[in-house]
Design a protein around this ligand. Sequence first.
Ligand SMILES: Cc1ncc(COP(=O)(O)O)c(C=O)c1O
Length: 457
Amino acid sequence: MKTIIEPFRIKSIEPIRMTTREEREQYIIDAWYNLFTLRSNDVLIDLLTDSGTSSMSARQWGAIMEGDESYAGSPSFYRFEAAVKKLMPFKYLIPTHQGRAAESILFTVVTDSSHSIPNNTHFDTTRANVEAQGAEAVDLVIPEGKQPDLEHPFKGNMDIEALERFIQERGADHIPICMLTVTNNSGGGQPVAMENIRQTREVCDRYGIPLFIDACRFAENAWFIKLREPGYEDKPVVEIVREMFSYADGCTMSAKKDGLANSGGWLAMNNEDWAVECRNRLILTEGFSTYGGLTGRDLEAIAVGLEEVVQEDYLHYRIASTQYVARHLAEAGVPIMKPAGGHAVYIDARQFLPHIPPLQYPGQSLAVELYKHGGIRGCEIGTVMFGKKPDGTEAPAAMDLVRLAIPRRVYTQSQMDYLIEVVGEVYEKRHELRGMKFIREPKALRHFTGRFDYVDA
Ligand SMILES: Cc1ncc(COP(=O)(O)O)c(C=O)c1O
């Protein structure tokens, strides 16, 4: 059959509160034109993030009732540990309340201000946690990954030659770990090929540098490998996942993505000395080593989520629905990042709004208009998010994108059709959109709490 159906039925629903354009215009003024400041009740289709927004399955809700809330040694931890190790067989597993807590613990333990961390592209919290140690976060994605229009099966790949050059110039002593983000969220949700993971590992081995994977969307990455990389078409996804992690020395993970859970994360590694220090840090900041920042019921939900996320019917539907939105937008002439990523469709706001210069935040202007026009909440990933440098100067980011992140198992196809219609209508009147400026700007992660207005307001 040509139609790929959602491989589930809906058992429980959440009503959406309908709003008018006039109401939304007021809500966004009240929110200082920052989509993060809106109340979610005032949003029709919430594509701000795919993080923590998944629908849980009946099996996950059932498992939640099995959660054992013992302070130490809970059976829920051991079920969680078994589920993680089936996919990512690292020796030491440290549960955290979400991904950034794992990052914070890792970088506090392994980095100092003389260090640099190479990555294909750091996610914003990863970069902020590296920089919080005074260290430098360096993005080395392949050049194709920075060209939104270009079709390439693995645009998240690390630029292997650039990585080796960087290590030689900087000196391996100043690089405590190398990272690879799968899929590459800030670079458009693009996958990393198995061959590229292997080559990154080889370079790291030559210089004695451990490789850590930012594993948030590991299952979606594995599905792309199965679809696009020769030799993997007949391999079960679980085997592909295990091979991906066999090349790494550790990982950070947010279970809010491919854990299919609303909360949770972990840090895993093979290095015992680091693990001991990370556990001490965990106890100081998150909780005891068999729960981290999580309840027993969270651990249960993640354990079941990890089984469900590698089911091939699920991954087939998941990636097909993202591609469906991307295909229809591209057919309407909307400039999008090609090919579509795993968890999101990225609109190229710089091309959508060529009359708005990058330092007037075309992505923010577009995201605001999508909300006003159709109640869609997306997220700017561009100069607002990445333009501010640690020394206080500002420069255009490599790209100005608006990310429409699709929550897992949440929206139906007719809701995606509505989204396509809203974006198409905003595209028709794109010349009317205006640039924006900050009127209040926090020092770090300014996109979360900054306040905006139109430049000519
Ligand atoms: C690639 C990547 N790494 C790390 C994180 C941080 O995870 P968390 O939001 O659970 O702190 C995210 C969150 O979106 C992400 O996409």
